[in-house]
Design a protein around this ligand. Structure first.
Ligand SMILES: Cc1ncc(COP(=O)(O)O)c(C=O)c1O
Length: 394
């Protein structure tokens, strides 16, 4: 294969970008909408809540399954995923009057005090106080003790409530597909059972859609939809701004009400420029049918990667959906020994061939393939060919 210059790299790295670049049309729309919002006398810009048209679009029927639409009507804007999750955790604690949060082992939810507590990989946890979080067994079909039996893993959530708390919890937070954790899609039937245990004792269920949301999975707009659940709070960031700092927390009016107990203040959360960008990005996702593209190209890419697994022993698992795919490398398929050095080496070789892939998982042995949603079949083929070539030279 020919080597590429940095300028012709295909990037399959980061869920941050849903569009390949800040499209000129997005940039123009952002500026125009910003100017329009500034000149629109009916716009309320309070730095507390910013009621722009992105808000009506974010809670529009086009984005949500009907059961969510009935209840999720309030949006708070933030500047990042960490901030969105911090706010969601605080809201859950205030609403329930409880402190205990349940999150999943191997999760990543952010790097501030509360979210670092909910994060459950030692590499991302600094040695500071992170109290009030219990980490449940990860419903990981590849490495988990119960394989693909989601209901068995969910029993651990009930056990934590029964044996690790007063019998009440503030909430449960999870990604539908763990991104930083190595593209781990939770075992089928896990979320309905876990949500049932949490809701039964009055806790709130939080879906962290920071990586998986905005059509990336192809089959659905939001990751949690694949498990048919209705969260009480949905958090989002990354793709919503396509590189511009924007995050959001969507919840019910009754739950949102808790923030009226004090003054909730976020200087830049919901600022006119970033929300204009978010609105423009949502419009492009819709207009260019990017969710459909994620489904079609992602299915093709997964099929080709799975074929590669038949060719190379080093590939232990190919997983994920849409344009959120993982390839886990092991030196021994039976023992699932992480092939850390090999992963780094292949990643480096692929970079020289012009393909940037991300790396994740607790052991750093999983290729995280999360390209912009406009990724084409040709890009996908190029990526697989580069991986194939690099593995053939090992
Ligand atoms: C699932 C998930 N939640 C939250 C965050 C934190 O988002 P941010 O880096 O915007 O603070 C990340 C970041 O990678 C993430 O992957």
């Amino acid at each position: 294969m020919e080597r590429c210059s940095i300028y012709s790299m295909r990037t399959a790295v980061d869920t941050l970008m849903v569009l390949e670049v800040l499209l000129p049309c997005v940039a123009v729309i952002v500026i125009l909408m910003w100017l329009m919002q500034l000149s629109n006398k009916s716009t309320v810009y309070s730095t507390l809540l910013f009621f722009t048209s992105i808000m009506s679009l974010l809670i529009s029927p086009r984005l949500w399954p009907p059961k969510c639409l009935e209840i999720l009507k309030v949006v708070f804007f933030t500047n990042s995923g960490t901030e969105a999750n911090e706010l969601a955790l605080m809201i859950a604690r205030l609403y329930t009057g409880c402190q205990d949060i349940i999150s999943l082992r191997n999760a990543y939810h952010g790097n501030a005090a509360g979210t670092m507590g909910a994060t459950a990989q030692s590499i991302w946890k600094f040695n500071v106080i992170q109290s009030g979080v219990h980490h449940a067994l990860n419903p990981d079909p590849y490495r988990g003790v119960f394989g693909s039996d989601g209901e068995m893993y969910a029993k651990d959530v009930q056990d934590i409530i029964d044996y690790g708390t007063s019998g009440h919890v503030a909430g449960f937070i999870s990604e539908a597909i763990q991104g930083v954790g190595g593209i781990i899609e939770m075992a089928p039937d896990y979320l309905p059972a876990a949500y049932k245990s949490v809701k039964k004792v009055g806790g709130l269920c939080i879906a962290d859609e920071v990586q998986v949301g905005f059509g990336r999975t192809g089959s659905h707009f939001w990751g949690f939809e694949a498990q048919g659940v209705v969260p009480d709070i949905v958090t989002m960031a990354k793709g919503i701004g396509n590189g511009i700092p924007l995050g959001a927390v969507v919840t019910t009016p009754e739950i949102a009400e808790v923030l009226t107990r004090r003054c909730y203040f976020n200087t830049f959360g919901g600022n006119p420029l970033c929300t204009a960008a978010g609105l423009a990005v949502l419009k492009v996702i819709e207009k260019e049918n990017l969710q459909e593209n994620a489904l079609v190209v992602g299915s093709h890419l997964k099929k080709r990667l799975t074929e590669l697994k038949d060719k190379y022993e080093i590939i232990g698992d190919v997983r994920g959906r849409g344009l959120m795919l993982g390839v886990e490398l092991v030196t021994d398929r039976q023992r699932k020994t992480p092939a850390k050095a090999e992963t780094l080496h292949i990643m480096d070789q692929m970079k020289d061939l012009g393909v940037l892939v991300g790396k994740g998982g607790f052991y750093g042995n999983v290729f995280r393939i999360t390209p912009p949603l406009c990724f084409t079949k040709e890009d996908a083929d190029f990526l697989v060919d580069a991986m194939d070539y690099s593995m053939s030279k090992m």
